[in-house]
Write a protein that binds this ligand. Structure first.
Ligand code: SIN
Length: 288
C-alpha cells in the first residue's frame, strides 16, 4: 500500500496510512513524513505494532532524542522512552501518571525545548464503548494568526519565564500530595526565558509559545498585566477551531511538532482502568 497523508478538517492534524513503522522508513517516505509533520503539526498512524527499539528507530529518523529529566519514568532498556502510565507495580507508578494534565509544549521549561514528540498507545482505558484518556492538541500558529494586529504588535519582542516547578506546584495545589521533584531534577531545570511568540525553524510560521503548564510570567510587566495577557493567550490558543481531539486506539502512534502546538491529556480514568503509552521526545533548538 502506498504512503498516504490525509489532512483533517481544520488547521491541525493528518492521518498517515500505508506505512509500517516497525520497519525502517525508506528515504523518500521519510521526506514525505517530514514535510507532512511540518505542514500539519500532528500526524496519526493507526494499527501499528512496535517494539520499544522500533519506536526509538522511527523517532530518531526525525532527529536526536532526549533522555527525559524525570528519570524515574524512563524505560528500563531504552532510556529514550518515557513511560506514560497510571499502572502501578509493587505500589509504585511504572510511568509518569500525570503527564500532560495541563496544556503545555514538551520541555518548554528547557533552554532548548523539544522539537517534537512521538507517542505509542499500548493500553487504553475505555468505558461503555468510549475510549478514555483522550489527548487534545491545539495549533498555536493558527491561534497566533487569528490575533488582531494590535495584540500582535503588543506581543512582538516580549519574553516570558518558564519553569517545570510550576507544573509540580499546580499538581500539589490540585491535591496531589506525592508530586515532587528531586533536588537533582530541580538543579537541572532552572527557570528559562523564551519569546512569547516564536518562529518555526523550518516553516518560518509564528506561533504563541506561552503555555499554562510551564509559563510563569512575562518579563518586564507588572504581575497583573502579565497574568491578564497570559490568560488571554492561553484561552485563545485552545479555542475549539484550533483543537484536534485524539481518541486513542491501541496501536496508534501520534507524532507532533512541539513548536506550533500545545497539548493536554484528559485524566478521566482511574485504576483498574489502565493506560500505558511510550513516548520519545525529539531535541530542539533555542526558540527565536
Ligand atoms: C504528554 O504530555 O506527552 C502525554 C500526553 C498523553 O498522555 O496523552
Amino acid at each position: 500500500m502506498a504512503l498516504d497523508i490525509s489532512p483533517f478538517d481544520g488547521p491541525i492534524g493528518a492521518e498517515v496510512s500505508g506505512i509500517d513503522l516497525a520497519r525502517p522508513v525508506a528515504a523518500a517516505d521519510q521526506k514525505v513524513l517530514e514535510d507532512a509533520w511540518n505542514a500539519h503539526a500532528v500526524l496519526v498512524f493507526r494499527g501499528q505494532t512496535l517494539e520499544p527499539a522500533d519506536l526509538v528507530r522511527f523517532s530518531r529518523g526525525f532527529g536526536a532524542l532526549e533522555i527525559h529529566v524525570l528519570d524515574q519514568y524512563l524505560h528500563a532498556d531504552h532510556p529514550e522512552i518515557l513511560v506514560v502510565s497510571n499502572i502501578q507495580e509493587n505500589g509504585e507508578p511504572i510511568g509518569i501518571y500525570d503527564a500532560g494534565r495541563y496544556w503545555h509544549s514538551d520541555l518548554s521549561y528547557l533552554a532548548e525545548p523539544s522539537r517534537g514528540s512521538v507517542l505509542y498507545a499500548i493500553e487504553i482505558p475505555e468505558e461503555g464503548g468510549e475510549t478514555l484518556g483522550n489527548t487534545l492538541w491545539a495549533h498555536a500558529g493558527a491561534a497566533y494568526e487569528a490575533l488582531d494586529d494590535g495584540l500582535k504588535a503588543r506581543l512582538d519582542g516580549l519574553e516570558a519565564a518558564f519553569d517545570l516547578g510550576k507544573r509540580f506546584q499546580k499538581l500539589v495545589d490540585d491535591g496531589d500530595a506525592d508530586a515532587a521533584m528531586t533536588d537533582e531534577q530541580i538543579k537541572k531545570t532552572p527557570e528559562v526565558v523564551h519569546p512569547v511568540i516564536r518562529t518555526h525553524p523550518v516553516t518560518g510560521r509564528k506561533s504563541i509559545f506561552v503555555n499554562i503548564g510551564h509559563t510563569t510570567h512575562i518579563l518586564g510587566l507588572p504581575a497583573d498585566e502579565s497574568q491578564a495577557i497570559l490568560e488571554e493567550l492561553w484561552a485563545h490558543c485552545i479555542r475549539p477551531e484550533f483543537v484536534y481531539r485524539h481518541k486513542w486506539r491501541e496501536g496508534d502512534v501520534v507524532m507532533w511538532d512541539n513548536v506550533p502546538t500545545q497539548h493536554l491529556a484528559i485524566c478521566d480514568y482511574a485504576l483498574p482502568q489502565r493506560r500505558l503509552l511510550h513516548r520519545t521526545t525529539l531535541s530542539g533548538d533555542r526558540p527565536y
